[in-house]
Design a protein around this ligand. Structure first.
Ligand SMILES: NC(=O)c1ccc[n+]([C@@H]2O[C@H](COP(=O)([O-])OP(=O)(O)OC[C@H]3O[C@@H](n4cnc5c(N)ncnc54)[C@H](OP(=O)(O)O)[C@@H]3O)[C@@H](O)[C@H]2O)c1
Length: 328
């Protein structure tokens, strides 16, 4: 699908994903309008300054201050928009446990507002970013993202094709704001500090920012409405990640934090019965939307689990990737 001449809006456009996505679109396409929708004017100002320093044509950019909790503001922002990429969210697991209603308002009510503003404005496609924490959630962040996924799937029944709504679900993004890579990296200077590790068996799925952007844009192209797109991505052992970023350093085990799992799941056993496998990704089809031919579904009792993944990165590979991405 070509984004040239299209009007595209990215909620959370100043976040880790949003910034990478905007750069990718400006480098590879020529949209008519690319709208960044978020709350903080400083992040928007700083993003514009950064974009002025790279060699991309940015006259199509529009910075729109707004909150996804405010449906009137969203209604205005979505006028004339063809595609919405919904990346705005609150996402820190511990913050969600202590401020549950804030997460409900942004991640769930915000999703509902996006849906109705998109229907009112006859947007063509809406793709929403979800997370592995939404699969069998045990923390409130994951539960709000699962609720948002369900809202986006069900929205296809309301919109009757204009727009179509789908979601993308992936694991940890290497080097994103507040993630474990910058956290471990902050321990490199002080050689006496031990690296805190929650659990020696902990594993996570990992994807690079650039690959997450490519996957979201490809899903925007493939979507028919109601699917959850899941990329095939490698796992890492958190212990190997710590060793890769800060080699030859002692670890201290601090225990699993509230709301944390030892392993993450991208596709649950229950979802596998309506999941299709492709070379580089899976598609979880909605049980309530779309035409289902049960014979198409070959995965039975399959769980895409970060500890049982067939593809693990070792310490050396992680270090090389982090170096290439200039994260260490
Ligand atoms: N990073 C990961 O490891 C990861 C993994 C899987 C899925 N995801 C999902 O990917 C998406 C993007 O994540 P990210 O890493 O880019 O997050 P991020 O860096 O924290 O960025 C979040 C963005 O959302 C905006 N925002 C927050 N609340 C808002 C509101 N109420 N209204 C409008 N904008 C709001 C923020 O800007 P302001 O504060 O200025 O409003 C910021 O631009 C999220 O949906 C997240 O759940 C992330």
């Amino acid at each position: 699908m070509n984004l040239n001449k299209k009007n595209i809006l990215i909620t959370g456009g100043t976040g880790s994903f949003g910034r990478a996505c905007v750069r990718h679109i400006l480098k590879n396409y020529n949209p008519n309008k690319l709208v960044i929708f978020s709350r903080d004017e400083l992040k928007q100002y700083e993003m514009l300054q950064d974009l002025k320093n790279i060699n991309v044509k940015n006259s199509c950019l529009r910075f729109f201050l707004g909150d996804v909790r405010d449906k009137d503001r969203l209604d205005l922002a979505l006028k004339g928009i063809n595609y919405v990429i919904h990346a705005a969210a609150l996402k820190q697991v511990p913050a969600a446990e202590y401020n549950p209603m804030e997460f409900v308002k942004t991640n769930i009510i915000g999703a509902e507002n996006i849906i109705f503003a998109s229907i009112n404005n006859k947007v063509e496609r809406v793709i929403s970013l979800s997370t592995d924490k939404a699969a069998n959630p045990i923390n409130l962040y994951g539960a709000t993202k699962l609720a948002a996924d369900k809202l986006f799937t069900a929205a296809n029944n309301l919109s009757k094709g204009k727009p179509i709504f789908s979601s993308v679900r992936y694991g940890n993004v290497l080097g994103s704001r507040g993630s474990v890579v910058p956290f471990f990296n902050s321990y490199r200077q002080n050689k006496n500090q031990k690296i805190p590790i929650t659990h020696t068996s902990m594993t996570r799925f990992f994807i690079s920012l650039e690959d997450s952007v490519k996957f979201v844009l490809n899903s925007l192209k493939l979507m028919k409405g109601g699917e959850i797109f899941v990329p095939k991505i490698p796992s890492v052992k958190i212990v190997d990640l710590a060793k890769a970023i800060v080699p030859n350093r002692k670890h201290k085990i601090i225990g699993v934090r509230p709301g944390e799992k030892i392993a993450e799941v991208l596709i649950t056993k229950d979802e596998s019965k309506n999941t299709l496998e492709f070379k580089n990704h899976y598609v979880i089809n909605s049980e309530i939307f779309g035409n289902h031919n049960k014979k198409k579904y070959k995965l039975k009792d399959f769980e895409y689990n970060s500890s049982k993944n067939s593809h693990f990165l070792n310490e050396k590979q992680i270090r090389l990737i982090c170096k290439n991405l200039k994260l260490i």
